[in-house]
Ligand binder design. Structure first.
Ligand SMILES: [Zn+2]
Ligand SMILES: [Zn+2]
Length: 377
């Protein structure tokens, strides 16, 4: 049987997998039931399964042809998001990682049922903790992905960006990160500001300095202050300390490096203008996508073969981040892409109770399975 027929005939079982995973949402780094369920289903169809990868809930299923050939990975993230509902913290699959897991598992099941792979090795990767950007790094550190040459990921897109029936071959996420500035001035009496250095004024000066930072306008980017902490309840005290936080995005890693250097300089200059000083700290979010032309072409061909020419949407850039892109940074020469799935998803990602057309999961599984077949036969 061919992969497309298998997935059509097993439509009900694919949708049941989605329903099962949807009903067991788990927080980042706590995907215990989800990973056990996925590991069991991979074992059932003949994969050699490693659980607890790198001391996390990560799962890798291996299908080895025994023949020389490339090492190809398909990856899904397993974690849900946390929300406060009626005073209680509950997990919910509002980013659609239940769909990502269903697509990857279903593609893996289809490949195993349709004769396996003819050359090289397939790794089916279920990664924990995407939302807190620790999962990909933990799997990289485990060493289990050494030798990986091709890797594809998948994610649902909001309806506004991609309608049902369309799939795009590359989702180009931006780099993201946070700059913190710890500002130290000199405390004084509110009546004698000339004897101190006002940390509140220094923080305000830093905000204005950051707003005057400019990098290459042809590359989408932004740096904006999203947190200021300063002062206490006594308004007649010149505050000594302030802290500011800046959310930063850039479409390439090079522009992010440029932006980081300039924002740090702006914070220090703003503080210095008021007689204060600043120490900066950087917290990386995610690196920018570095998709491979070869993988994008493989995805394009798979989309057309699975769903027809009209389903193929153009590659898209997005200011959102994805820890998937740590893999290309951590494994030299790794060729990657993340396909974007149109599913009429509303009202949006990260909105609790968001819904989408579940048929899109079957289409995505077809594309993933055909991508593997084109590399491993
Ligand atoms: Zn998310
Ligand atoms: Zn997500």
């Amino acid at each position: 049987m061919d992969l497309l027929t298998y997935l059509d005939e097993n439509r009900a079982s694919v949708l049941q997998t989605l329903a099962d995973l949807h009903d067991m949402p788990e927080a980042s780094e706590k995907e215990f039931k989800t990973s056990a369920c996925l590991a069991r289903r991979l074992e059932e169809c003949g994969y050699d399964v490693r659980s607890g990868v790198g001391g996390t809930t990560g799962v890798i299923g291996i299908l080895d042809s025994g023949q020389p050939g490339p090492c190809v990975g398909i990856r899904a993230d397993m974690d849900a998001l946390l929300y406060e509902v009626d005073g209680e913290i509950v997990a919910s699959h509002a980013c659609g990682h239940d769909a990502n897991c269903t697509e990857v598992l279903s593609a893996a099941q289809a490949i195993a049922a349709c004769g396996g792979v003819k050359k090289g090795r397939l790794l089916v990767i279920f990664q924990p903790a995407e939302e807190v950007a620790s999962g990909a790094l933990a799997l990289l550190k485990s060493g289990e992905l050494n030798g990986l040459e091709y890797l594809v990921g998948t994610h649902l897109r909001p309806k506004q960006e991609l309608p049902m029936g369309k799939i795009l071959p590359s989702l180009r996420h931006a780099a993201s990160g946070f700059m913190f500035g710890d500002i130290t001035g000199t405390g004084a009496h509110g009546a004698r500001p000339h004897l101190g250095a006002n940390a509140a004024e220094a923080a305000a000066a830093a905000v204005f300095a950051i707003n005057s930072v400019h990098v290459d306008p042809l590359v989408p980017h932004s740096a904006k202050v999203t947190m200021i902490r300063c002062g206490g309840n006594s308004l007649n005290v010149i505050p000594e300390k302030a802290e500011i936080g800046v959310d930063m995005r850039a479409q390439t890693n090079a522009i992010m490096d440029d932006l980081k250097t300039r924002v740090e300089a702006a914070i220090k200059a703003g503080a210095a203008m008021c007689g204060a000083s600043a120490v900066c700290r950087w917290k990386t979010g995610c690196p920018a996508a570095q998709d491979s032309e070869e993988m994008v072409e493989i995805a394009q061909r798979a989309i057309v073969e699975a769903l027809g020419e009209e389903a193929l949407a153009p590659c898209a850039t997005t200011s959102g981040g994805e820890d998937f892109h740590y893999y290309a940074q951590g494994i030299p020469g790794l060729k990657t892409t993340v396909i974007g799935i149109g599913a009429d998803l509303t009202p949006g990602l990260h909105v609790r109770g968001m819904t989408f057309n579940t048929e899109a999961v079957i289409s995505a599984a077809k594309v993933l399975a055909l991508m593997v077949k084109s590399l491993l036969g």
